[in-house]
Design a protein. Sequence first.
Length: 297
Amino acid sequence: MRIGALEAGGTKMVCAVGDETGMIFERTRIPTTMPEETLNALVEWFQDKEIEALGIGCFGPVDLRRSSKTYGCITTTPKPGWAWCDMVGTFRRALGVSVGFDTDVNASVLGEVRFGQGRGLSTVLYLTVGTGIGLGVYLNGALHHGIVHPEAGHVLLSLHPEEHWTCRCPYHPNCLEGLACGPAIEERWGARAEALAQRRKVWEMEAYYIAQALVDYICILAPEKIILGGGVMRQRQLFPLIRSEVRRMMGGYLAAEELNDLDTYIVPESLNGDQGILGSLCLGAAEWAREHGGREA
């Protein structure tokens, strides 16, 4: 089965054609400009690929309620021109195929569950820490949705005792994204993350914030594994600092075997950065199966 995959990001769109086994046949990247220009270029690329379904992992917020009039749309994004853009409808009309749709981070966690470090597990979290912070939640064998998709980048945190900077989130004075995303690091310390690699205090503070969020997620969702990705997490010195802080903050409260070995519980992303594309292939396959009488993933 030939499936299209679209990892729709705020700066670039990654397109691929593959199959349900995770084989990728071809791919390209298209810059994210204004909707009409970008969507026309995407449709043109997929038009002659003979795909039977398309899966989209999209930047958000997005509407995932099938009963909603705006299902399949990007909703209140601050990205100019993209608010209320109808992603699912655009591709259904243009390509005439089944279109699966979810957040980019849910696509990433699905990719890790099917093909990466989450295989064989029923509850897995994928946290991306980059320009923004988002959480993909695979809960009890399915992607999690509620009144909206998880917005766990906006959990509220205690400030680090040495914090001297103001949270950059326009909505919250102390949320994870506003304190720990890549632009927050740059604004607080005056340089991009890669230029700060040798400054331990930078990463101790970053680990303090990420670990707080992970402890909250662990206590609420009890995942079997947590996978960390995104540009900031390329600073591999963060992983031991985060694990140490999680252990300290947890205080031995939960008696779970997985928490005895945080090196294998809190891990880097795998799949060479393809988890979003691979998860999008799965979204497309699942939507095709749903529309043709199969079981939805």
